[in-house]
Design a protein around this ligand. Structure first.
Ligand SMILES: [Zn+2]
Ligand SMILES: [Zn+2]
Length: 438
């Protein structure tokens, strides 16, 4: 409120200096006093200042030469034109919320600063801000869509220099869980180790280490619905390439880049994904979400349940195996970074807790094969927990039994997430297949 205490003479002085430089439009005049009053637009404010000046000088009211304004070069007479340009671009895009931004020319920015210096105003609003707001209001009334400052679906960018409008379409986020029913598929695209994605003989010039990934399989089914440029898969952790992901699936987010469509029936989308990838990849529980969910699932380390198919170098006593597994409940496993990932990870010690381990099945004939179910903290290297990694993981199944053990096959059965943090966004689109179009 202190700013509003500007004294009358001071305001008149600024007004006089502002109009003395050359023809100026009501918008540009009023904008110099924007922080002094609320509840009116800059052009209304400018008109009021102009009236005040004419009364003071006891002369006829000078006309508002909008087109000749030396500050904006007549930009504010073209608000409708800019709004029309924007609406035309927006016609091809499905959106609920938008925001307007301006790329101003150097000349306009310079004019504005010259005026501030000349008039001595400290109450001015930026030309850009007024332009964004005024064009935004017009787009609003034509399209009936809402302005959203934090996470608009689309950002309308007015390029003043080129007299063009372009759109930045923000990503669309869909939360779900995936099941990977086949071994040998990585979660995301994996560039060829040889050429790092450029394409070489080794990768058959695909640039890829694996020809398929969960990401690409889902992507090709999904992009059709949303007419996006790309889809990125954000997973809550990842399983090994040769492990399946079963049970209730792994939480993940599909980020659709630059979607032209934001409202599709997710029930249909999911059934298309599952139809296209039968027996390989399945998606469940899809719902619209926002960017916040990506951060949430990336930063939450969740408990995991594994089914481990293990082999032993020599015969194991079934009862001993049972009691060994039982005794693991609540035990902390100390793991030095596994040898197999040493080339891309720092050599650290991790401590992960085993919640529960149990024997699911045992091959009584050979005595060298078993299926073990393990519930543990996320981040445990399961293969090393079984084979001991030459003493780098302690204790391990191998060290406890005194018999070399190895993982033959691995399935992730459950990735449990703490859902309390998800409430905020779940509330928005709770368990709905369709997104409300209103
Ligand atoms: Zn102007
Ligand atoms: Zn290659």
């Amino acid at each position: 409120m202190a700013q509003k205490m500007a004294d009358e003479d001071g305001i008149l002085e600024i007004a006089r200096k502002t109009v003395s430089e050359g023809p100026i439009c009501d918008h540009c005049l009023g904008r110099q006093f924007a922080n002094l009053s609320t509840g009116m637009s800059n052009d209304e404010r400018g008109r009021a200042v102009r009236i005040m000046l004419s009364m003071q000088r006891n002369e006829a009211l000078a006309l508002d030469h909008g087109k000749d304004c030396w500050v904006c070069n007549g930009l504010f007479t073209e608000l409708d034109v800019w709004a029309e340009r924007a609406v035309q671009e927006l016609e091809s895009v499905d959106f609920d919320t938008f925001l307007v931004g301006t790329m101003i020319t150097g000349l306009l920015a310079e004019n504005e600063e010259v005026l501030w210096t000349l008039s001595g105003t400290t109450f001015a609003e930026l030309l850009k801000s007024e332009l964004n707001r005024e064009v935004g209001k017009r787009i609003c009334s034509i399209t009936k869509k809402e302005v959203e400052f934090k996470r608009p679906d689309v950002v309308v960018i007015m390029d003043i220099e080129r007299e063009q409008v372009r759109l930045d379409i923000n990503s669309l986020f869909i939360y779900g869980r995936y099941r990977k029913l086949e071994r040998g598929i990585p979660q995301t695209r994996w560039p060829c180790r040889e050429c790092r994605g450029k394409g070489c003989e080794k990768c058959n010039y695909t640039g890829k280490q694996y020809s398929e990934s969960v990401e690409e399989l889902i992507r090709s089914s999904v992009l059709d619905f949303f007419k996006g440029e790309d889809m990125i898969l954000h997973g809550a952790g990842r399983e090994d390439i040769d492990a399946r992901m079963l049970g209730s699936g792994r939480p993940f987010v599909m980020e659709i880049i630059s979607p032209l469509i934001r409202h599709a029936d997710l029930v249909e989308v999911v059934s298309r994904i599952n139809e296209d990838n039968k027996g390989r990849v399945e998606v469940l529980d899809a719902r619209y979400a926002d960017k916040e969910v990506v951060r949430h699932i990336k930063s939450t380390e969740s408990d995991k349940v594994y089914n481990i198919s293990a082999t032993f170098k020599s015969k194991v006593n079934k009862e001993k195996l049972k009691s060994t597994l039982r005794a693991l409940s609540g035990i902390i496993i100390r793991q030095q970074t596994p040898t197999r990932v040493m080339h891309r990870r720092a050599d650290l010690q991790r401590n992960r807790k085993i919640h529960e381990a149990a024997l699911i099945s045992f091959d009584d004939i050979t005595g060298t094969q078993a299926v073990i179910q393990l519930r543990c903290e996320g981040g445990l290297y399961v293969k090393e927990f079984v084979n001991g990694d030459m003493g780098r993981t302690e204790p391990s199944i191998s060290s406890l039994l005194g018999i070399d053990a190895a993982v033959k096959e691995l399935d992730v059965i459950e990735v449990s997430m703490d859902l309390t943090g998800e409430r905020q966004w779940q509330g928005l689109e709770a368990n709905a297949g369709k997104r409300d179009t209103n």
